[in-house]
Structure formats: C-alpha cells, structure tokens
Design a protein around this ligand. Structure first.
Ligand code: UGA
Length: 417
C-alpha cells in the first residue's frame, strides 16, 4: 500500500515483529518484500507500531491477521480477527472503513459489522488471493478484486473508498466485483477448495498411473491442453501443505456442517485424504528403493518449506516425510535455502544442514521434496560424486528421469514408471 503512494501504519501486538519491521526486516522470507519495506520507510510513508491508537487517523483499516486451525478441531480460530476489530472500535468514526482480508468462515463479516455498528463505520470484506513466494506481485497486480459489502450493491458508499485505495490496479483493468458479505467470504474458501481439489485430482490420477504403469506428468500435460481444464495446479507429487489450503478446506467442512450443508463439501474429506496419502506413499517408495528398511541409512531431504521461495514450514509435506522416515529409523538430514530456522524451531529433533553439498555428502538416498530452483538444477554427475548411494526420489516430478538414469541413478517418482 505504501509503495502505491498511500500513508500506511502497520499495527501488531507482537513487539519483536514490529521492531524487526521497523528495521526493514520482514518476519518471513518473501522475494522483493524487504526492498519495498526499506524504500517505503525511507520515504516516510510507512511506520510500524504496537500502539493501535496510531491507526486512529486512518480512513481505511485493513484487518489481515491469521485464522489458523483450532487445536483439536477442523474449524478456524477467529479470535485474532475478533481481537483486532475490538481494538479498533474505540478509534472508529462514521467516515472509517474496516476492510477484512483474513480468510474467515462465512458469516463472520456480518457478525463483525454488528460489532462496529455503534461507531457508524462501514464494514467490507475483501478477500486476499496472494500466493506465498509471489506475494509482492500478486498484491500489486492481483487477478481480481472482490468487495463484499453489507447490501451487496456497487453504489454502496464504501465501494468508492476502496476504489481509491486500489486505483492503480483498477487503472490496469483488474476486474472488480462487488458482492454481499457471504459471497465475498465464500469466494475465498471456494477458490482454495477448488485449487486443493485440482491438486488432489491429479494426485489421485498419479495413484492410478502407479497402478497401471502410466506417467502422470504426461497425463497432466495432455489433459491440461484442454483450456477448460488448464495445466496450472496439475503438478502431481507430494501434494499441498502450507498455512492455507489444508486448514481452509477443513474450516470449510466445519462451517458447512454448522450451516447444515455438510454433504455439499463432504468430498473435501476425500481431497484431504488423497493429499495425506501422498506423504505415506513417498515414504513407502523411498524405503522400497532402499531394499525395505531405513535402518542405518542416511537420507537427505532437499527442501523443508511447504513450497519454494518461502520459508514457511506450516504443514510442510517435506517435513512430514522427514519425520516419518526418522521414526522408521532413517538417519535424516534436511536442507533448505531459507526454511531451516523455522523448521528447526518446529521440529528440533531433525538434523539440519544449510549447505546443499554437505547435506548430500555420504547420502544413501536423496529425496527432492520442495522444488527450489537450486535443486531442480542439480547436476546428476556432480551429485553422484557426493553420495554413497545413487538413489533419488523426486517428490515433485521436476527432474528429467532420463538424465538421472543415464548418470547411473535409480530414479523414482510419484505417479511415474
Ligand atoms: C494459496 C492459494 O494459491 C492463494 O491463491 C491463496 O491466496 C493462499 O493460499 C491463501 O489462502 O492465502 P499458497 O498457500 O501460498 O497459496 O500456496 P500455493 O501456491 O497454492 O501452493 C499450495 C501447496 O500446493 C504447496 O504445498 C504446493 O507445493 C502444492 N501444489 C501446488 C502442488 O502440489 N501441485 C500444484 O500443481 C500446485
């Protein structure tokens, strides 16, 4: 927002985060973000604070806090959203607009509109579609803008205010839709559910490919050429993780149940199961390739983040596999270009090595589980010099099997012969 020319105050309750941000350090790795932070703070258009009263002068208040899965339940925990809105209430006036960006169970916006009603401020719900690793570009150039307003009308006065905030995007002809609250909330959940379904669909096909000797990467290429299907999000492999897709489909099931519509999204349970099976299958293939046991074997795991260009390890499929192998007696070494600090905080019992060469040295089997560029570009010959056993399992179907096999490697992958 600051880089678009707005005056921005960032508020958080976490003092350490605010301190780091003030020094231009984002609390997570995201390409391009650090540079923007420093530039905006140098210009004087961005400040960070734990004092929510500093936000009082602002016209538009974005609520961007997390909605993680509740411990022991499928439902989303919206207590941070509630707390953020509660803390704003004393500072709102009849000209303020509160814009929710957090992913919430349908019905939340209407409830929160009730919470701020006494202030005269307007409530909007404006879901966020950015992908980690592409967050800067997705934010500055989104593929659509969705505004949920109380009456669902495009002439709602709050709409013009948000149009001003997003003027640069609207000038690029970004499609903008005005809906009611419930539709806006559901757009987000439905989009993530569709993406998860697409990934699990191709992973289910991978299971069939394994059973029949077919190749899921060729299958995906061929069906993806039909533009009604499309090739994006048809990369078969270890499946989806992260802080969004897994918890969003679960929260959707929980919310649908509360609304008496659980049958409508019962299929998401299957989507979740297919996804979780990939992790177990990965471990089975790796163990099978090593002759039936991990005991005494040194396994190198390439990747800890849930996806490349991120240091996010929330529900990371790579770390789930690493832990499963460790519990089966494998000597596991995990490496990652960015996520080691987060991974070692989350699972301190695993062994982490920063340097890829060091991680590969003496390995009995290499598992590529997060497709960082550095791992996709590994040279089969040079890598062979480092390891003890030339066994490679490609959990993301990103390497060229022939290249590795012709260098003497046993190459295995999910959904490929
Ligand atoms: C996802 C959505 O893509 C964003 O549109 C949404 O805004 C965001 O959640 C959110 O709710 O905030 P993100 O979690 O950053 O974004 O990651 P994705 O790019 O969707 O990838 C999710 C997982 O699916 C990763 O583990 C990735 O490795 C996996 N994936 C993705 C596949 O296994 N196959 C694919 O073809 C694509």
């Amino acid at each position: 927002m600051a880089s678009l020319g707005h005056e921005v105050v960032g508020v958080d309750v976490d003092e350490a985060k605010i301190e780091a941000l003030t020094q231009g350090r984002p609390p997570f790795f995201e390409p391009g973000l650090s540079e923007l932070l420093v530039k905006a703070q140098d210009k004087g258009s961005l400040e960070f604070t734990t004092d929510v009263s500093r936000a009082a002068a602002a016209g538009v208040h974005f609520v961007c806090v997390g909605t993680p899965q509740k411990p022991g339940e499928f439902a989303a925990d919206v207590t941070y959203v509630d707390a953020a809105v509660d803390s704003l209430v004393p500072h709102l006036t009849s000209t303020s607009v509160v814009v929710g960006k957090s992913t919430v169970p349908v019905g939340t916006a209407e409830r929160l509109a009730g919470v701020i009603a006494g202030t005269g401020a307007a409530m909007m719900w404006n879901p966020e579609f950015l992908r980690e690793g592409h967050a800067v570009d997705d934010t500055l150039h989104p593929n659509r803008l969705v505004y949920g307003v109380a009456d669902g009308r495009a002439d709602n006065p709050a709409v013009a205010g948000l149009d001003e905030v997003y003027a640069s995007m609207l000038a690029e002809d970004t499609p903008r839709m005005v809906t009611d609250f419930a539709t806006a909330e559901l757009v987000k959940t439905a989009a993530n559910s569709f993406l998860a379904t697409k990934i699990s669909f191709i992973n289910a096909m991978a299971e069939l490919c394994e059973a029949s000797g077919a190749d899921v990467t060729q299958l995906a290429d061929a069906i993806g050429m039909d533009d009604r299907i499309g090739r994006k999000f048809l990369n078969a492999g270890l499946g989806f993780g992260g802080g969004c897709l897994p918890k969003d489909i679960r929260a959707f099931m929980a919310r649908a149940g509360e609304l008496g519509a659980d049958q409508a999204v019962a299929f998401l349970k299957e989507i979740d199961s297919i996804n979780m099976r990939r992790r177990v299958r990965m471990v089975d293939i790796a163990r099978d390739t090593l002759g039936g046991s991990f005991i005494g074997k040194k396994i190198t795991i390439l990747g800890a983040a849930f996806k490349p260009d991120s240091d996010d390890v929330r529900d990371s499929p790579a770390l789930a596999v690493a832990r499963l192998i460790a519990t089966q007696g494998g000597v596991v070494t995990v490496t990652d270009p960015q996520a080691i600090a987060n991974a070692s905080r989350t699972f301190p019992e695993l062994n982490y090595v920063t340097d890829t060469t060091e991680a590969l040295t003496g390995s009995d089997a290499v598992l590529l589980l997060t497709e960082w560029r550095e791992y996709r570009d590994l040279d089969p010959q040079a890598t062979a010099e480092l390891v003890s056993g030339k066994v490679l399992v490609d959990g993301r179907n990103v390497l060229t099997p022939e290249q590795w096999r012709s260098a003497g490697w046993t190459y295995r992958a999910l959904g490929r012969p």
